[in-house]
Design a protein around this ligand. Sequence first.
Ligand code: SF4
Length: 194
Amino acid sequence: MNNIESLTQEINTCLKCPLGETRTHAVVGDGNIHSSIMLIGEGPGFYEDQQGIPFVGRSGQLLNKILQACGFTREKDVFITNIVKCRPPKNRDPTPQERQTCLPYLYAQIEYMQPKIIVLLGATALKGLVDSNARITKMRGQWLDWQGHLVMPTYHPSALLRNPQLKRPVWDDFKQIVYKYRELVDPNHFSKYC
Ligand code: SF4
């Protein structure tokens, strides 16, 4: 068994925080862990908890469309995970302590994957990984350095569903991600839109 398999097994049976007791499935991640882009959201919702896969509800469908517009597929070009691997009841925000308890799993995934680009989807991901006082409204759209990794914070797709005016800034952020991907990974990467 390699490291990532044993990590997956550990997450699937984890009871280190109270979220483990109420989940249906832990949600480890989806996509290609050998790709160059890691997307990090907040935590599983209802459908994600049912299926054990991140971003499968309406937010996930919107994320798939954004990725498609960038010329990426979630199967091949990205790996998607969350700050906490188990669903907070009633989709509440994970508490700082739950985030803290779960973070070593994310650190281990980052360590294994060594992504060239990390995309933080929403405030919880930004606060969880970078700085608990950070504001997504202030920091989105700017490249950050987190422990030698390039990080782009942007809004969570669910925020776009609530407020369509956020579509433009999110698309601007994803265009930057495509440009950086061309610079760092594949100069010939094709996107019809940018
Ligand atoms: S949220 Fe993370 S720390 Fe809490 S039980 Fe699930 S895997 Fe374990």
